[in-house]
Design a protein around this ligand. Structure first.
Ligand SMILES: [Zn+2]
Length: 198
């Protein structure tokens, strides 16, 4: 259909034409005071929702980032600063906070940031949280157009799987120990026989 129509803008006759990429601040604006990002699917939902209306996941155990002022400001920077290096730094710092409330923002960045360095950083941080809720979004990121991001998504999946694998967890089962303790009586009475010699 549209493939045959060749529209080639003539830059010689149209000197005022500029690149039409929307500025990140407009495109990615999320009001974290009233909204939160679902950490499972990355959609923007109301801050007081306990279930995501898009994917149905129970997010009541994860605080919205907007409830903490510093995290909120960093989240705004992470999704809207025009400089990719600044966004990346904000993502890195949010990850360092180590609080589950930032999972939604990281998910959003991984799915939406136009710069692959920033998306890669988000994938890296999500992996470090080892939260199983991130498995879906990391699996989605395996189809990212950037190899950098796809590789980090694999790493992230690996990190989370390692922590949540039932085989790994069963190694630490406490019940396997302590059974043989019950009938261990001291039987060391044979050597005292010839003390009363004379
Ligand atoms: Zn969701």
């Amino acid at each position: 259909m549209g493939k045959d129509r060749k529209f080639q803008p003539d830059f010689n006759t149209n000197p005022y034409r500029i690149k039409q990429t929307p500025s990140p601040s407009k495109r990615d604006y999320v009001d974290f005071s009233t909204r939160r990002i679902c950490p499972a699917c990355g959609y923007n939902i109301k801050i007081d929702h306990n279930f995501c209306k898009y994917c149905g996941v129970d997010i009541s155990a994860i605080e919205p980032v907007g409830r903490d002022e510093i995290s909120k400001q960093l989240a705004i920077t992470a999704v809207s600063d025009p400089d990719p290096d600044v966004r990346k730094e904000a993502v890195d710092t949010l990850g360092d906070f180590g609080d589950n409330r930032v999972l939604g923002v990281l998910t959003y960045v991984l799915l939406n940031d136009p710069d692959d360095k920033v998306r890669k950083e988000a994938a890296d941080e999500l992996g470090d949280f080892h939260h199983p809720i991130s498995l879906d979004v990391l699996a989605k990121a395996l189809k990212d157009e950037s190899a950098l991001v796809r590789k980090e998504a694999i790493e992230g999946l690996k990190k989370i799987k390692k922590k949540t694998d039932p085989k790994e967890l069963s190694k630490e089962k406490p019940e396997s120990r302590g059974i043989e303790k019950e009938d261990s009586e001291p039987e060391d009475t044979s050597e005292n026989d010839n003390i009363d010699f004379f």
